[in-house]
Design a protein. Structure first.
Length: 193
C-alpha cells in the first residue's frame, strides 16, 4: 500500500511510523516498538521512497502515541511540506472516534485506500470533505492480524511477509516456519543410461 500510494500521489517519501504505545490496542498485546521498527526496516530494505520514522518511538513520555501529535510534529519539522496520512477506509470509518480528528485533518490530507465493506467515497465526503484523496491499490489478502494468527498457530508465513522479516522473526524464536530449501547449484537433469 505504501509503495502504491507513493507512486500514485507522486510523493517524495512515505514514512512508516511504528507507534510506541498504540492507543487502540490492548496493553501488552504489541511487540516492543524497537523490534517493530527493525521488522519494518527489514521489510522495506531497498524500497525507494520508503523509510521508517522513529518519531513516536523516540518521543519523551510513556503514554500512548497519537496521530495528531505525530503529524503536527512532522509538519513543524518540515515547514511548507504537504503531508498525507495514509489509511484504509476501514480506519477512516473510525476516525471520528480518534483523539483530536480535527487536528489530524488540519495537519494532513488523507490518502484513503478502499476496503471491502466500506464505501470509501461516501466516508471521505462525510468525514473529511475536501481533505481526502482516494487511492486505488491492488488488493492483497494478507493482513497483520492474519500473520499474527498464523504465527500463534505455528503455521508458515513464508511468502506472506518479506524474507528478511521472516528471518528476523525466526531468529527471535517467534516463527516456526521451516528454513528455506537451499537453491540447487546444478540444474542439469541426471542422464539415464
Amino acid at each position: 500500500m505504501a509503495s502504491e500510494v507513493l507512486w500514485r500521489l507522486e510523493l517524495d517519501v512515505v514514512r512508516l511510523v511504528p507507534a510506541r504505545v498504540p492507543p487502540h490496542k490492548p496493553p501488552g498485546g504489541q511487540s516492543d516498538g524497537d523490534r517493530r521498527a527493525a521488522w519494518l526496516e527489514a521489510a522495506i530494505a531497498g524500497a525507494p521512497g520508503l523509510e521508517v520514522s522513529r518519531i513516536e518511538l523516540d518521543r519523551a513520555g510513556e503514554g500512548p502515541s497519537y496521530t495528531a501529535d505525530t503529524l503536527e510534529e512532522m509538519g513543524a519539522a518540515e515547514p511548507g511540506a504537504l503531508l498525507w496520512f495514509i489509511l484504509g477506509a476501514d480506519q477512516l470509518a473510525g476516525l471520528p472516534g480518534w483523539r483530536d480528528p480535527e487536528r489530524i485533518l488540519a495537519a494532513a490530507r488523507l490518502a484513503v485506500v478502499p476496503r471491502a465493506g466500506h464505501d470509501a467515497p461516501a466516508l471521505a465526503e462525510r468525514i473529511a470533505p475536501g481533505r481526502a484523496d482516494l487511492v486505488e491499490v491492488p488488493e492483497i489478502g494478507v493482513s497483520s492480524s492474519m500473520i499474527r494468527e498464523r504465527i500463534a498457530r505455528g503455521l508458515p508465513i513464508r511468502f506472506l511477509v518479506p524474507a528478511e522479516v521472516e528471518k528476523s522473526l525466526r531468529r527471535e524464536g517467534l516463527v516456526a516456519s521451516p528454513e528455506p530449501v537451499p537453491e540447487r547449484k546444478d540444474h542439469s537433469r541426471p542422464r539415464s543410461s
